[in-house]
Design a protein around this ligand. Structure first.
Ligand SMILES: NC(=O)c1ccc[n+]([C@@H]2O[C@H](COP(=O)([O-])OP(=O)(O)OC[C@H]3O[C@@H](n4cnc5c(N)ncnc54)[C@H](OP(=O)(O)O)[C@@H]3O)[C@@H](O)[C@H]2O)c1
Length: 259
């Protein structure tokens, strides 16, 4: 789908990757609606990208309903909002579990469903882009809810793509690896070995634009060695877990408080 002149609804626009995606799509002539919870960030970005702002919390039923309604009217839905930091097992509560599922899985599923229903009714074409993660392909220590929700999002995306293929509605998932400069990994305080290569938010923005234009099933924003490691992790989880233990990945913990 061409991006120029299209109405794009972008969740998580106030975050590190959302800002880069918004700037890339604005440069390509998209008409953006930016959503998230932080009003100041959204309004500042909206001024730069001539966008509309929709402030809504995916964990709040009224906020979710607004986002579901807005999903019916756009040409391109980008479900980018996400929360990454898992609490320690001892602190896990039903509320924490619900929050992860609401933001990373339930919200994107309900928005995409409304998008699909409205477009099928109107016999209109459209494009859904989910922002997943390599954590939807390979499991790592300390990220159990993030893994659970991103694995789920990947399954939903790949299946929905098949269901909508004859309706002219594209569905893709973009899987970033470690992203430097801005976003949840950059602000996590996690130190990786120097040899681990990272991509930038601008790389994610360009990948999302290309994804809207070409509708791949899945697109990765990660260096080849990380993609191979993720593929190995999905094919042979036992071997992957042994390698990760030897590499000490369990010690690379997120130093942020959960938000
Ligand atoms: N950064 C990375 O290295 C990386 C790697 C792989 C995948 N990803 C994925 O990329 C996406 C964007 O991540 P990011 O790095 O940009 O993270 P981020 O900087 O932490 O931004 C997260 C975004 O999600 C929104 N959000 C969180 N909880 C919300 C809620 N309850 N209701 C509405 N919006 C909510 C935030 O909005 P407010 O703050 O305004 O509430 C913010 O805009 C996520 O899906 C993430 O899983 C990121």
């Amino acid at each position: 789908m061409n991006i120029y002149g299209r109405n794009v609804l972008l969740t998580g626009a106030s975050g590190g990757l959302g800002q880069a995606i918004a700037k890339e799509l604005h440069q390509r002539g998209a008409r953006l609606t930016l959503t998230g919870r932080r009003v100041e960030e959204l309004e500042a970005l909206a001024e730069q990208t001539q966008a509309q702002v929709l402030v809504a919390d995916l964990c709040d039923p009224a906020g979710l309903e607004q986002l579901v309604e807005a999903s019916r009217d756009c040409d391109v839905l980008i479900a980018n909002a996400g929360m990454g930091s898992d609490v320690a097992i001892a602190e896990m509560t039903a509320q924490e579990v619900d929050r992860s599922i609401d933001v990373n899985l339930r919200g994107p599923i309900l928005m995409a469903t409304a998008f699909a229903q409205a477009h099928m009714e109107r016999q209109a074409s459209g494009q859904i882009v989910f922002i997943g993660s390599l954590s939807g392909v390979i499991a790592t220590p300390n990220t159990r809810m993030y893994n659970a929700t991103k694995f789920g999002l990947r399954g939903f995306s790949l299946s929905l793509r098949e269901d909508l293929s004859s309706a002219g509605i594209g569905v893709s998932i973009v899987e970033p690896g470690f992203i430097s400069e801005a976003g949840m990994f950059a602000t996590s305080g996690i130190e990786l070995p120097a040899a681990v290569r990272k991509k930038t938010p601008a790389d994610v923005g360009r990948c999302v634009a290309k994804t809207i234009e070409s509708n791949p099933a899945e697109a990765f924003v990660a260096p080849i060695e990380l993609r191979l490691a993720a593929t190995l992790g999905s094919l042979a989880p036992g071997l992957s877990s042994m390698i990760q233990r030897r590499a000490g990945t369990a010690d690379m913990t997120d130093t942020r408080s959960n938000s």
